[in-house]
Ligand binder design. Structure first.
Ligand code: G6P
Length: 470
């Protein structure tokens, strides 16, 4: 009996050099957390390799990936445009993040979303053996549980959504809302990061479909579906240990040289309008206006990791950020000081670790975020228990990291005051807060998340089977 994990992307990055494909394991949270599961040999991970692979080279990729317990689903350029960029990232992503005006309800996007979910099902059926457990990840594959349930009525299927589930009033706007919900209900266990997502899902399902709920269990077509919160964690030990590596220590020293008195504020995100990057910059501008005493005394290190830049809204956002940073720096900079050190690229984990370990403040202010792992990575990297986390109340992580300074990301004055509070916070208070947050991030780490979900999936299936035999 194996566990078959299915996600839109495989947990590897593909590089094509001199006509050769090489695969680099991804550092992403999901890949790390599920590493033990999929690398054991008793498991397989199905997903898109992230680039278009010409037909004549697909077998080569299948062979190379099979050595890593991975199985690819190849997407054509049209499928990438309509299923990935279109339905996943121009319909579901904006609506689930409450940006309904960004949604483009195109019939061709929906048709392709359905056919690609079927393509994933075909791949799953190819590798699945009877009694295998199936664990489907995220919003790109909302229909997959339903498709597989139809083909394999007795199978064990878990589904976890990594992004928020919106309130009924938002979800009901989607033209294909019933089909999406029915697809999700193919699972035995549906997981979200927070209890609020669970609540929204239960209320949406019972209002739109002929299902009823008792507590967190939905009854649909004689089947019981359990819906629960599983807040995702990170590999605490990895982030905590990284800061002690020689190369990371060297980076930290180099970074701090000549800046002993400077207060460093850190911000790290994928390029995304849900992350509140522009609002964060506006709050910094406000701070420099209202509190000129901090000019020359604080620096923002802002890393924006390129993402989905073929989707128009992401391209527009990039331009707006470029412009805002340009203007702000031009207005406030001096010969040897600049308020915003802006990087539009990804960095190796060792560099991120040195930034986490160096920053006096980490500013995480998404407009809406399923969990937000950056906030947890910062906490895990603070081995001396100092540093201040400023965290948006709209991030799932704010439900666990209650010792952060919690802000409303729409309230620029609130963010500005939080930064001032953080800059002035006595070390004793920083340590009390950081210790409490570290205990949580250490205990509820990513292994705990994986084990908890799988354990619960087994329990749910066992109790369904015992109901059937009664
Ligand atoms: C979020 C989603 C993931 C997605 C990731 C990167 O974290 O929940 O499903 O993989 O963003 O986005 P991308 O579109 O590059 O896969």
């Amino acid at each position: 009996m194996k566990t078959v994990i299915i996600s839109n992307r495989l947990p590897v990055k593909i590089i094509e050099e001199n006509n050769e494909y090489t695969f680099i394991p991804s550092e992403g949270g999901l890949a790390t957390g599920l590493g033990d599961v999929y690398k054991t040999g008793n498991s397989i991970w199905i997903g898109w390799p992230g680039i278009e692979v010409p037909e004549e080279r697909q077998q080569e990729v299948i062979d190379k990936l099979s050595a890593l317990n991975l199985y690819p689903v190849f997407l054509t350029q049209e499928e990438i445009n309509l299923y990935y960029e279109g339905f996943s990232n121009e319909v579901l992503w904006p609506v689930f993040h409450y940006l309904v005006t960004y949604a483009h309800y195109e019939q061709s996007y929906w048709d392709c979303y359905k056919s690609v979910n079927n393509k994933f099902a075909k791949a799953a059926l190819h590798v699945l053996a009877k009694k295998d457990k199936i664990w489907i990840q995220d919003y790109q594959l909302l229909l997959l549980s339903g498709i597989l349930r139809e083909k394999l009525p007795q199978s064990t299927i878990g589904f976890f959504q990594h992004i928020p589930f919106p309130s009924y009033e938002i979800f009901r706007l989607i033209p294909w809302r019933d089909e999406l919900l029915n697809g999700m209900l193919g699972a035995d266990l549906i997981g979200f990061h927070t209890y609020d997502d669970v609540r929204h899902f239960l209320s949406t399902a019972t209002r739109l479909l002929p299902v009823n709920s008792s507590a967190n269990v939905l009854n649909s077509n004689e089947r019981q579906i359990v819906v629960e919160a599983f807040p995702m964690g990170i590999d605490f030990d990895k982030f905590s240990n990284l800061t002690t590596y020689d190369e990371v220590q060297k980076e930290i020293e180099y970074f701090r040289k000549g800046k002993e008195e400077m207060k460093v504020i850190l911000s790290i995100d994928r390029l995304d309008y849900s992350k509140g990057i522009l609002e964060r910059l506006k709050a910094l501008e406000l701070l420099l206006q209202v509190h000129p005493e901090y000019i020359g005394k604080i620096e923002l290190y802002m890393i924006v990791v390129p993402s989905r830049d073929t989707v128009p809204q992401y391209r527009d956002l990039k331009e707006q950020i470029d412009q805002f940073v340009g203007n702000l720096n031009a207005r406030y900079r001096s010969i040897n000081w600049i308020p915003v050190n802006y990087f539009y690229r990804s960095f190796p984990i060792e560099v991120l670790s040195s930034l986490y370990a160096t920053a006096d403040i980490c500013l995480v202010t998404p407009m809406r975020d399923g969990m937000n792992l950056v906030s947890k990575e910062y906490v895990a990297s603070r081995n001396h228990n100092d540093g201040v986390l400023i965290l948006s109340e709209m991030a799932g992580a704010s439900k666990e990291l209650t010792d952060a300074i919690i802000v409303n990301p729409n309230n620029l004055g609130d963010i500005m005051e939080a930064i001032v509070l953080a800059l002035k916070m006595p070390i004793e208070e920083q340590q009390t807060r950081m210790k409490a947050m570290r205990a949580i991030v250490e205990k509820f780490n990513v292994k705990h998340w994986v084990n908890n979900f799988i354990l619960r999936l087994n329990e749910v299936k066992d109790s369904q089977n015992s109901l059937l035999t009664k």
